[in-house]
Unconditional design. Structure first.
Ligand code: FE
Length: 218
């Protein structure tokens, strides 16, 4: 919209209040009240708000995949990522604000998985919005107590001699799993590797599946 001088006509239907049966908590109500007030004051238009959410909602794990593919192909970057995740992802234009990002590396001996036991803290600038299961009480409470079992439920078996580390995210602390690069990707470019990297592997509930071989020999 080029012209923002239109009148505000108090058409509250435009802000899409949730269905009546949806229970709104304190923060849900506060968000709607503040949003409607800011729109009424003309600080932003409803369509700008919508566009912001569209960007957020359709933002997937692509940035996380880019960061990991770079770490797999650039040892110096990997070192920077493991040392100071927030600073390293800034090289990709990702601003974590005041949040500390820790990249945790999966190896032959260690498997990492992330959770937020308190709520749903998640490295959103890298992975987009969290999946529903990540926010569920079921996942949050069980993965810290029985991580191997929960991982098995995701189809990820972790051998007994591999240590499982569960990382609890907080308001100012986020984790990104740096998965193991599959064998048989020798010589692949970062762009090619990105295509193999899935959201769940970056959360740590899955591994990166080996690439299809197409019957070719390498
Ligand atoms: Fe949280």
């Amino acid at each position: 919209m080029a012209d923002h001088t239109h009148e505000h006509d108090h058409d509250h239907a435009r802000t899409f209040a949730p269905d009546e049966e949806t229970k709104l908590g304190y923060y849900g109500l506060a968000e709607i009240a503040v949003r409607e007030l800011l729109i009424e004051k003309g600080l932003f238009a409803p369509e700008e708000f919508r566009m912001g959410w569209e960007r957020f909602d359709t933002n997937g794990p692509a940035m996380g995949a880019k960061v990991v593919a770079r770490a797999w192909t650039d040892p110096a970057f990997k070192e920077r990522l493991l040392r100071d995740g927030s600073a390293a992802v800034r090289e990709f234009g990702v601003d974590m604000g005041l949040i500390h990002l820790y990249a945790v590396e999966n190896t032959a001996d260690v498997h990492n998985v992330i959770v937020c036991t308190l709520c749903s803290c998640y490295p959103k600038p890298l992975l987009g919005p969290p999946p529903d299961w990540y926010k569920s009480r079921d996942y949050r409470s069980r993965v810290v107590r029985w991580p191997r079992q929960v991982l098995r439920e995701f189809g990820t078996a972790v051998a007994d001699d591999v240590q499982v580390r569960v990382h609890d995210s907080t308001a100012d602390l986020r984790y990104l799993v740096l998965p193991e690069r599959p064998a048989a990707t020798t010589g692949w470019s970062a762009a090619e590797l990105e295509g193999l990297i899935t959201r769940d592997a970056l959360i740590g509930v899955a591994r990166i599946a080996p690439p299809p071989t197409h019957g070719a020999t390498e």
